[in-house]
Design a protein around this ligand. Structure first.
Ligand code: KG4
Ligand code: ZN
Length: 360
């Protein structure tokens, strides 16, 4: 079964064709980065206008590169949540219209489920060496979310921990913006950090941990923040209190700042993940979302030989249509389609802690 997946939740106009929820036949990503760069952040109005301009040629290219016409497509999936309202509406309306006109099933897909599914995909030129098996621990880290979860199926996710303030990606972006390091922040900090020394500053780790796990299988009892993360403290320390945390033996270069900030940002995620792995007994960790592209995060987790950490290829960490097509296939094989009345939503309430079962 071939699914056309459309992604337009933020600043990438993307479309892909995926066969049987696994094999990527095409994956076209038109990035709007140059149009938002001057503002050091995504401008929602510019984003939706670019999506409107680009969606048709991007979808056409995805079909061409897959060597298919609409006759060869068995369903059309598009992101409906979460994301920027105007951006979501462009892709969603386009997908519904195309599905209706071509007489194909339409499937609305949750963007976060897409990020988690990226590691289940195989690229033509670099086949995946390890496809994850359920259950596993999910690490979902993007510009808007930082989630540690127990994943039992592609849409069966129990959120164990999340950020209590800023998302990890948001912290990278804000620090990079404040110091004028470049855009997008995560990519730039990752690059600069390679030539810096993480010991240049000693930023504090957030202390959210109160009480401890009861060991009776209920991982939340007696400890509400055991797997939660926080980034506003690190962000404030890096932006407003640098003098206090800087090690005077080191030169204050963008490279050193990037390395020290990144080291703490990654440590925060890894420390919570290790707790979750120990408490749940799950040893496979699957990462997804833009921050999963971070080289230090990958290296720090790789040091834990007791864990089987699976990262999607870099191109599949950030927003793409293939992950949406993959999730769309999983819904469709169960016979789940979405109504023409399906609409977009900026937020996704089901990704609150512990509440989510069969997320959509
Ligand atoms: O998943 P994504 O493409 O879009 C959202 O759904 O938000 O994630 C974008 C986020 C941005 O905050 C960006 O700075 C961050 O992912 N990011 C990175 C890296 N590449 C992208 N953060 C750290 N290291 C990277 N290499
Ligand atoms: Zn995303």
């Amino acid at each position: 079964m071939n699914i056309l997946g459309i992604e337009s939740s933020c600043d990438e106009t993307a479309a892909a064709v995926v066969r049987d929820g696994r094999y990527i036949l095409s994956n076209v990503i038109a990035t709007q980065i140059p149009f938002h760069e001057a503002y050091k952040g995504v401008v929602p109005e510019i984003a939706s206008r670019k999506h409107t301009e680009w969606i048709l040629p991007v979808v056409k290219q995805a079909l061409d590169e897959a060597g298919l016409t609409m006759d060869g497509i068995d369903g059309i999936a598009a992101v409906s949540r979460p994301g920027l309202m105007g951006s979501l509406l462009v892709g969603l309306t386009f997908a519904k219209t195309l599905a209706w006109a071509a007489g194909k099933p339409f499937i609305a897909v949750n963007h976060m489920l897409g990020h988690l599914y990226a590691a289940h995909l195989e690229e033509r030129d670099s086949p995946a060496t390890r496809i994850p098996e359920y259950p596993y621990l999910g690490l979902l880290v993007s510009g808007g979310h930082s989630i540690i979860c127990r994943v039992s199926d592609f849409d069966d996710i129990e959120v164990l921990g999340a950020t209590i303030d800023d998302a990890a990606g948001e912290a990278f972006d804000k620090v990079a913006k404040f110091y004028n390091l470049g855009y997008p922040g995560g990519v730039v900090i990752d690059r600069l950090a390679k030539n810096g020394d993480p010991r240049a500053a000693s930023f504090p780790m957030p202390s959210l941990h109160k009480g401890k796990n009861t060991g009776d299988g209920d991982v939340h009892r007696g400890d509400t923040h055991r797997y939660d993360v926080s980034y506003s403290g690190l962000k404030t320390a890096a932006i407003n209190q640098l003098d206090q945390f800087w090690n005077p033996e080191y030169e204050r270069t963008p490279e050193n700042l990037a390395a020290a900030f990144q080291e703490t940002a990654v440590k925060i995620l890894v420390s919570r993940l290790l707790r979750a792995a120990e408490d749940t007994g799950l040893t496979t960790i699957v990462a997804g979302g833009g921050v999963a592209a971070n080289s230090r995060l990958r290296a720090m987790l790789a040091e834990h030989r007791e864990l089987n950490c699976i990262f999607p290829p870099l191109r599949l960490c950030t927003d793409n249509g293939a992950m949406i097509a993959g999730v769309g296939f999983r819904h469709l094989e169960r016979g789940d389609t979405s109504p023409w009345t399906e609409t977009a939503s900026a937020r996704v309430t089901s990704f609150k802690r512990g509440l989510s079962r069969k997320n959509r």
